[in-house]
Design a protein around this ligand. Structure first.
Ligand code: NAP
Length: 255
């Protein structure tokens, strides 16, 4: 009996935003390990280049490209580069997000509100629009939106961030419904508390971490690598009949 090829990504071009560290870095490594040429992206090129070099050193294929997803011109520029260098895109992982302010919702700062909306909603939306246009030209593709458990159950003092993550779950369904006719699938990943720089304020504080663990049936915080397998499933032919779904990878938090 031969092993399944359902999870193979040979010949695929994949773009991962926020891939210079954390969950995005783990996703970039796994997609490359399965054969994809991964475009490693974040605001700062150096961090992306380091990840791309590590992938290449391990025998994979990767290219670093800087893109601030909160800046519309940079989205246009990065897709012009993808078109020029690769001519196609098969997988988009919208992973880069921001959460600049922890506060009671009544203290929300307008600047923090605007930044969170610009990156987490407008950024994901127009990255998907540009990717979708390229995918449509080549018969399809897979878009994976990294949302959050906060999109279903808002985190305390993470008001506008939680609102944007709920929008991402709805956005996933919008693209799934309207782009299925082009062979494009769109799904969301809802990570639970994961040990990254993003969550360090929560994970490193004993009181906050212990309170969070009370609500997680698996009684631990996730490692970033534990998010990557679910993304591989959604990126590959293993999920060929799955679109518009929100996949919880949360240690049972939302159950
Ligand atoms: N960690 C958790 O507990 C947790 C839980 C639920 C959901 N999530 C979600 O998981 C995703 C990844 O989070 P993470 O924990 O891995 O965060 P992280 O370790 O802080 O990494 C964030 C990545 O995004 C990049 N980035 C930040 N702002 C950007 C922007 N405007 N444009 C482009 N790239 C940007 C960063 O690089 P640069 O600084 O170079 O731009 C970095 O590569 C996010 O969508 C987050 O909401 C995380």
């Amino acid at each position: 009996m031969s092993k399944t090829t359902l999870f193979d990504l040979d010949g695929k071009i994949a773009f991962v935003s926020g891939a210079s560290r954390g969950i995005g870095e783990a996703i970039a490594h796994l997609l490359a390990q399965q054969g994809a040429h991964v475009i490693v992206s974040s605001r700062r090129l150096e961090g992306c280049q380091a990840v791309a070099d590590a992938i290449t050193a391990a025998g994979g294929k990767a290219t670093a490209m800087a893109c601030h997803i909160g800046e519309m011109e940079q989205i246009q520029q990065v897709f012009a580069s993808i078109r020029e260098q690769f001519g196609r895109l098969d997988i988009l992982v919208n992973n880069a997000a921001t959460n600049p302010q922890f506060c009671n919702v009544l203290d929300t700062d307008l600047g923090a509100f605007q930044k969170t909306v610009d990156v987490n909603i407008r950024g994901y939306f127009f990255m998907s629009v540009e990717a979708g246009k390229l995918m449509r030209e080549h018969g399809g593709g897979s878009i994976i939106n990294v949302a959050s458990i906060n999109g279903v159950s808002p985190g305390l003092f993470q008001g506008i961030y939680s609102v944007t993550k709920a929008a991402v779950i709805n956005m996933t369904k919008v693209f799934a419904k309207e782009c299925a006719q082009f062979g494009i699938r769109c799904n969301a990943l809802l990570p639970g508390l994961t040990d990254t720089k993003f969550a360090s304020a929560l994970v490193k504080n004993d009181a906050i971490r212990n309170a969070a663990l009370q609500q997680i049936p698996l009684k631990r915080v996730a490692d970033p690598g534990e998010m990557a397998g679910a993304v591989l499933y959604l990126a590959s032919d293993a999920s060929s009949y799955t679109t518009g779904t929100a996949l919880n990878v949360d240690g049972g938090f939302l159950s």
